[in-house]
Every structure is written in C-alpha cells, then in structure tokens.
Design a protein around this ligand. Sequence first.
Ligand SMILES: *[C@@H]1O[C@H](CO)[C@@H](O)[C@H](O)[C@H]1NC(C)=O
Ligand SMILES: *[C@@H]1O[C@H](CO)[C@@H](O)[C@H](O)[C@H]1NC(C)=O
Ligand SMILES: *[C@@H]1O[C@H](CO)[C@@H](O)[C@H](O)[C@H]1NC(C)=O
Ligand SMILES: *[C@@H]1O[C@H](CO)[C@@H](O)[C@H](O)[C@H]1NC(C)=O
Length: 531
Amino acid sequence: MGDYAIRQIVYVTMLIIQVSGDMHSASADLASIFQMEQQVNNVLSELVSQTETKLGIIRQYLKEYEQSVINETMDDKNEFMERLAGNPIHAYRLMKRLYFDWQLIEKEIKTDNWQSTLIKLEEVRNNEKFPKEEDFLGATSALVRLQDTYELNITELVRGNLRGRQTHAELTALDCLFMGKHAFDEGAYARAVEWLEESYILAGLENNQTIRQDHIMEVIQQAIDKHDEALHEAQQRMAVLSDTKSFRLPLKEKPAVLQRNEMIRSRKYDKDDAAKFNALCRGESLLSEEILGQLKCWYETHKEPYLFLMPIKIEQNSIRPAIYTFHDVLNDLEIETIKELATPLLARAKVLAKQAGSKTTVSNVRTSKTAWLEDKLHPMLHRISQRIALVTGLKVNSSFDEAEILQVANYGIGGHYSPHHDYLMKGKTDEELGKMNARELATGDRIATFMFYLNDVERGGSTAFPRAGVAVKPVKGGAAFWYNLKRNGQGDPDTLHGACPVLLGHKWVSNKWIRETAQSFNRPCLLDPDE
Ligand SMILES: *[C@@H]1O[C@H](CO)[C@@H](O)[C@H](O)[C@H]1NC(C)=O
Ligand SMILES: *[C@@H]1O[C@H](CO)[C@@H](O)[C@H](O)[C@H]1NC(C)=O
Ligand SMILES: *[C@@H]1O[C@H](CO)[C@@H](O)[C@H](O)[C@H]1NC(C)=O
Ligand SMILES: *[C@@H]1O[C@H](CO)[C@@H](O)[C@H](O)[C@H]1NC(C)=O
C-alpha cells in the first residue's frame, strides 16, 4: 500500500520533471556510446587492413606487368606486341600472370568483407543507445548553452580551452561550420557569424582539409546579409537589442569580415532570473559584502550522542531564504553504493518514461537520467535516511510518506536544469490540484530539499539560486539543504534554483524531497545558529 503511494508520487514527479524541461544527457550513457564507437572502429580498422592487402596484391600484379614490358615500349603497337610474343621470357611471364596471379586476384575479390562490416555496423546502430538526430542536436545545443552560460571565448573553446582548463579536445573548421549553421537556423545570427569566422580561420590553419575557405566565405556572406537585415527590421520595430546571440552592430559596415565586432551588451541582473543564474554559474558573487559578512560556518551536534562523535560541518550559504551546505555527510563507500544501485535503474527509468510518454509531449525521452531507490534496497540507504533525519531534524521515512524515496540523477556534459521551484502544489489553481493524485495531496508539498553531491565536478554544475544570489558548488560527500516553503506554509519563490550546465566532467546528485504533512507540527529551528 505504502509502496503503491510512493510509486504514484514517483510517477507524477517524473512527468513534472520531464515537461518542465529537464534537458540533460547522462554521462553514463555517453561513456557506453564511446565504447560502442571503439568496437566499431576495431572492425573498420580490420576492414582497412584486409582491403589494403587486397589492393596490394592487385598493385603487385600491375607493377610486375609494367616492369616486364617497360623497356619494350615502341611507337608502333603491332611491333611492340610481336616483340613481346616472340620472347620466351615474356611468354612465360604472361602465362604465369594470367594463370596464377589472376586466380589470386579473383579469390581476393570474391571474399567479400564489406558485407560483414556492414552487418556489424547495423548491429551497433540498432542498439537503443545509438545516437539519433535529436542527440546530435542535443549535443549542439549543449555546446551553445555552455558558450552562453559561461561566456566562453569561442577562439579558446574550439582549441579545447574551457575557462582556463586546457583539454586535448578540439573542433575542426567543419565542426565550426556546423555550429554556425545551427546558430543561423535558430535565428542567432551574430552567434552564427562568430562560429563561421572561427571556421574560416581554422580552415586556413588546416590547409582547407575539412572544408574549403571559399565555401565558408560564401556562408559568412549569407549570414551577414541575414544579420543586417534582421537587425534593420528589429530597429524599425524599436525592439530592444539586448539579445547578443542575435545581434551585433551592423556587420557590413565593418571593413573586413574577420574583424571582431563589439557585442551589444546589457547586464541588467536586477530583474532577470536567467541572467543572474548565468552569472552565478560563472562564479560571480551577487551578495553584498554586508550579507557575506553575516554568513557563518559552524559545527553542529544537535545534542545528539551520535553527532558528538562526528559533528556536522555546516556552511550557511544564504540567510533569506535559508540555504545550507553540510560537508562530509556521505563517505566514499556510500557514494559508490548509491551509484552502483542507481546505474542499472537509470536505463530502466527510460523505458518507464517512454510508456508514460504516451500521455505527455515528452520529445526527448533519452534525457531522463534519474533513478529512484527505496531504502529497503540496501541497508546503507536506510542508514543514509536516518542521517538525513538526524541532520535536519525532519521526519523522512518514505514508508509513511514523510518523504519521497531517494532520487539519483546523472548529468552529462552540458547537462543542466533550468531554474525552477521544487514545490509541486503551491501556486497551483484548484483545478490543477484537482488533477493530482489524492494520496500525493495528502502527503503535502515538498517542504524541504536535501541534495547530496556524489562527486566533484571539474568545471560547472553548481546549484544556483538566482533570487537568493548564491550558488552552491558540488563537493563530493556534501549536501545542500533548503526549505522550499516558508514557515507560514506558503511556497517561497526566492528558492528558485537550477543546475548550472556541466562544463567539464560529469555530475551525480541524489535528492531527498521531504514532504510537508508529516512535519506540520515540528518544523525544527535546529538549523538557525542564533536559536
Ligand atoms: C630497363 O631499362 C632501365 C634503364 O635503361 C634499366 O635500368 C633496367 O635494368 C632495364 N630493365 C630490363 C628488364 O631490361
Ligand atoms: C579570446 O581568446 C583569444 C586567444 O586567447 C584572444 O586573443 C582574444 O582576445 C579573446 N577574445 C575575447 C573577446 O576575449
Ligand atoms: C585554402 O583555400 C583558399 C580558397 O578557398 C585559398 O585562397 C587558400 O590559399 C587555401 N589555403 C591553404 C593554406 O591552402
Ligand atoms: C521506516 O519505517 C519502517 C516501518 O515502520 C521501518 O521498518 C523503517 O526502519 C523506517 N525507516 C527508517 C529510516 O527509520
């Protein structure tokens, strides 16, 4: 009965997450696709070496023929043939070539290794994880998103430099042309021109290997024309030109295409959650010195014997709304166990979501990389739940609908979660509430979120709260905690938060959403250092 209720909650929650734009790709999936490619490349290498052996045999035959007649060449063709026919050595070699060499060549041609390679390729393509068009587009969008959020210098990006971290990955001129075309199709004309210019420069460095410079120049001209046309139209409409993706200053008036143009920039963070979110993701601080000075760090025991031995290290990230980081609340073994338990379920969640998809307009089911773990799966999960209860002073037993079961999420490169609220019911109309599961309604809203970080993320991946003006950086074994509801039971709009895109590496988190009804009379003040 309890299980059923939780499954219902999980089901509803999954749909909510998906339709609210949880666009990320899992690093676990990407790793297995890389592996797939490696297998296929072994088959292709084998094909290349077999084909080269074949070509070698044919080449050798042709070479022998040419060498044997090279000094007999004459202007008169008839005389040439007679000369060959009248020579016993030529006659012998002719017979040897046609009788012996030809057999070898025919045998090689008859052994077809193309077909077996094709079968192997098709076999891999049929794997459900094999990338489709939407995955290619997804990867392209991820790169664009990273460029936007982190204001990446495109010149450095294509050479593998990700905000100061030099990697061994690079883009070719043709890759940049693709990116430029993608941006163009999205109407981001200024972005398109940037990518195309970079493509032009790279093509020069590559000696026109992946794409020719004159072709790129044609595309650049088109993009510039389109840009200036769109800019002119926007100016006619008196539109605000703060969209740097779409517009720069008129490009035609610049003397040379390859001259970088000033971007029209506007940095109005005051009202713009998205701009603040991006700034926080880049590591900019939005808190005043005064507030920063008030934030505290302390060791907490809650007067619990267990915690006397190992007090919790608490870092206060924000005062209003209250956001905290707990350090070292999971050990490495626990982290590995959670990941191991979740990994096979990440795949299964996809299938479940597919079936549920018939009821929604989920376009990209593959982006769902979450798994749900019940405490009874492993004694360690049970202990982890007890620890959350101890640390927060809240009731978190999912058998009694006090909290949801543990969610595990895996984000890959560019994986992000746009700013959202965790509460599900506050702010909904009666009609919307009427459509929700009765059992779920009875458990109450998500009063608080407890988010474990299961790894360090090399670059990016912070949890950013644009209205609170803070970002929590993922630190392995730590956890972020905040109340989504105010003490009066209203949703706290200032808890708006999102996951910054992962720039380098991957990100695993695990969430425990604590429900409202069970805590009604005992929301503790334990976490206020002054109380
Ligand atoms: C053909 O002529 C070249 C150059 O004159 C000579 O080096 C070579 O030995 C000759 N080959 C034969 C088979 O006579
Ligand atoms: C981007 O990086 C390149 C190479 O480091 C540098 O020359 C260029 O000035 C940078 N561009 C901007 C807009 O910062
Ligand atoms: C590349 O091709 C362009 C014409 O498209 C030519 O002008 C240029 O010299 C070539 N560059 C190199 C390095 O070959
Ligand atoms: C939750 O409640 C069930 C049923 O009473 C119990 O078996 C389980 O140990 C509890 N879990 C935790 C984490 O306390």
